[in-house]
Design a protein around this ligand. Structure first.
Ligand SMILES: O=C(O)[C@H](CS(=O)(=O)O)OP(=O)(O)O
Length: 254
């Protein structure tokens, strides 16, 4: 079994990513942290949309869906909520369906091979995400890839550091895994930029602080507070949105 890390979803277009591998997509600030919190709060399903139009259409099709997301951190017109994990942590989402479109995280899910196993990982669910990925990779006898969502196509320090954290945990759980050069790089980044340092140095932290979202940072930078691991379970045929569920008993297609 091999582990590779992609620091930017665009790297996938230079290789032939295998549809059989298990992909952990990381967008620490904030999409994959937000998804994890949504399921913690009881959500039945989260539908990831690439565009605002797709999200609005999915909301129109099924009354009762909650429309969430952002563009440049702002809640788009016609949406119910933004992309704040702290806000969702205060809501009862029992049995609700949410539609989510964000600048980087939801797009990264779409960048992975269609029909591949995709898990949403972050500091908040780190150990659980790694355990789930490992279990699935062992069952399928496949490799694991960690995809950093990055920031508008640019390297994002917090995603790379989180990838290093997950890789360290994976090595702890399965020391025999073969690691690619990218893994050494990510672990070095994590060792030099643990969450306390990311709070100060990561551009995304500074951006969230500037708009008064410091509460979000408490969720995004906290390690292992959740055992929820959102997973892509299929595609909604009418809209093309990716369906994410947790727990596995709610799996739709895969
Ligand atoms: O909502 C977020 O934090 C970001 C938007 S931005 O990159 O900070 O402008 O979206 P995400 O897709 O969660 O990275």
């Amino acid at each position: 079994m091999q582990l590779r890390i992609y620091f930017n979803p665009a790297e996938l277009s230079f290789v032939e990513p295998s549809v059989d591998d298990v992909y952990i997509v990381i967008d620490v600030m904030r999409a994959t942290t937000t998804m994890t919190v949504m399921f913690e709060q009881g959500a039945r399903q989260v539908l990831a949309a690439q565009t605002l139009e797709q999200a609005l259409e999915a909301g129109r099709k099924v009354p009762g869906r909650i429309l969430c997301g952002e563009r440049h951190t702002e809640t788009p017109a016609g949406f119910d909520y933004g992309n704040s994990p702290a806000q969702f942590a205060g809501m009862d989402l029992s049995n609700r369906e949410l539609v989510l479109t964000t600048s980087n995280g939801t797009r990264a899910l779409f960048a992975c091979p269609e029909k591949s196993v995709r898990l949403a990982g972050c500091f908040y669910n780190g150990v659980a995400a790694v355990s789930q990925a490992l279990e699935m990779a062992q069952e399928r006898q496949c490799d694991i890839a960690i995809i950093c969502a990055a920031e508008y196509g640019y390297f994002a320090l917090e995603d790379a550091a989180c990838a290093g954290y997950l890789a360290q945990e994976l090595l702890h759980q399965y020391p025999d895994i073969n690691i690619h050069d990218s893994v050494h790089g990510a672990i070095t980044i994590y060792e030099n930029y643990p969450p306390a340092m990311l709070l100060e140095k990561a551009q995304s932290s500074r951006d969230l602080l500037a708009i008064g979202q410091q509460k979000d940072l408490e969720y995004c930078l906290a390690r292992n507070q959740s055992t929820c691991v959102p997973m892509v379970t299929g595609v909604e045929h009418e809209t093309g949105l990716l369906q994410l569920a947790y727990p596995a008993s709610q799996l739709v297609e895969i």
